[in-house]
Write a protein that binds this ligand. Structure first.
Ligand code: ATP
Ligand code: MG
Length: 254
C-alpha cells in the first residue's frame, strides 16, 4: 500500500467511570492511505465511536500512538471533518446558512465560500432548498445538509459516525450511492462507522471488523469489488461472500 496518511499503533482507551475503569479499546493498530474508504463495523458498545473520536482528536487515547501526515494526532484539526447520526443543524439558520457556518468560523474567503456552498447544496441534491429551514426538511434531506456542511471547508479526511443510521433503508441506500459518487469525485479519505455489514461492504475499500468490548480489531477485510459501484453490485456473488466472511468474523451466524 501507498504511504499511510493515518497510522495508529496499539491504541488503547480506558474511560474512568464512577464504578471504576472501563476498557473501551485495546491494542488497535492500522494504517489508512490517502483517498481510502474504510469502514468500522462491530457490535454496539465495541468502541467504534470512541475510535472515531480519537481519530478526530476529540477524545484522548490512553495508550499507543496515532499520527496523521506524520504529526501526532491529539487535538481536532481543520483538515478533519466529522459527521454524526443526527444532523445537528441550527434550526434558526437556513440550509445555506448552515452550510456556510464552518467557512465563517474558519474565516475563509466569503465570496469563494458562497460559491462553494451553492455548489455543494446542488451536489447533495438540495438545489432550490438553500433558503429553507431545517424543520421544513425530511430526515434524509437534513443529513444531506450535514453532508454538504461537512464538505464546505474542504477537509481532507471525513469521519462519519453512522451518518445514515437513523434513515429508512431506501433513503440510506440513496445516500450511500450519493456518498460514493462524491467520494469518487473528491478523493477524500473516509472513515465510516456502521452496524450495517452490507453497507460497509458496498462502500469500502477495506472494512475494519471489531470485537465486542473491549474493542480490538478482529481483522481487516479487503473489499475487492470493482468500482464505480451501484446497488447492482449487491447481486454479485462476491458481495454475498464478503458479507458472510464479515458475519463469520463477528460471530453473528447461528
Ligand atoms: N465518555 C464516556 N465515559 C465512559 N464510558 C464511555 C464513554 N463513552 C463511551 N463509553 C463506553 O465505552 C464503550 C464503547 O463505547 P462507544 O460509544 O465507543 O461504542 P460504539 O461501538 O460506538 O457503540 P454503538 O454502536 O452503540 O454506537 C461502551 O462500553 C461505553 O459505555
Ligand atoms: Mg457509536
Amino acid at each position: 500500500m501507498d504511504s499511510a496518511l493515518i497510522e495508529g499503533r496499539n491504541i488503547g482507551k480506558v474511560y474512568g467511570t464512577a464504578t471504576g475503569p472501563l476498557v473501551a479499546l485495546t491494542d488497535v493498530s492500522f494504517t489508512i492511505a490517502e483517498g481510502e474508504f474504510v469502514s468500522l463495523v462491530g457490535p454496539s458498545g465495541c468502541g467504534k465511536s470512541t475510535l472515531l473520536s480519537i481519530l478526530g482528536g476529540l477524545e484522548e487515547r490512553t495508550e499507543g500512538s496515532l499520527e496523521m501526515a506524520d504529526e501526532d494526532l491529539v487535538r481536532p484539526r481543520t483538515d478533519i471533518g466529522m459527521m454524526f447520526q443526527t444532523s445537528v443543524l441550527f434550526p434558526w439558520r437556513t440550509v445555506r446558512q448552515n452550510v456556510r457556518l464552518p467557512g465563517i468560523i474558519l474565516r475563509l474567503d466569503p465570496k469563494e465560500q458562497a460559491r462553494r456552498c451553492d455548489e455543494l447544496i446542488e451536489m447533495v441534491g438540495l438545489d432550490g432548498f438553500g433558503d429553507r429551514y431545517p424543520n421544513e426538511l425530511s430526515g434524509g434531506m437534513r443529513q444531506r445538509v450535514a453532508l454538504a456542511r461537512l464538505l464546505a471547508h474542504g477537509p481532507r479526511v471525513l469521519l462519519m459516525d453512522e451518518p445514515f443510521g437513523a434513515l429508512d433503508e431506501f433513503t440510506r441506500e440513496a445516500m450511500n450511492v450519493e456518498l460514493l459518487r462524491i467520494w469518487e469525485r473528491t478523493g477524500k479519505t473516509v472513515v465510516f462507522v456502521t452496524h450495517n455489514i452490507g453497507e460497509s461492504v458496498f462502500l469500502s475499500d477495506r472494512v475494519f471488523v471489531m470485537t465486542p468490548r473491549p474493542g480490538r480489531l478482529a481483522g481487516i477485510v479487503e473489499i475487492d469489488l470493482p468500482r464505480p459501484r451501484t446497488t447492482e453490485i449487491m447481486r454479485d456473488p462476491r458481495y454475498a461472500e464478503i458479507v458472510f466472511e464479515i458475519r463469520r468474523m463477528l460471530g453473528v451466524d447461528h
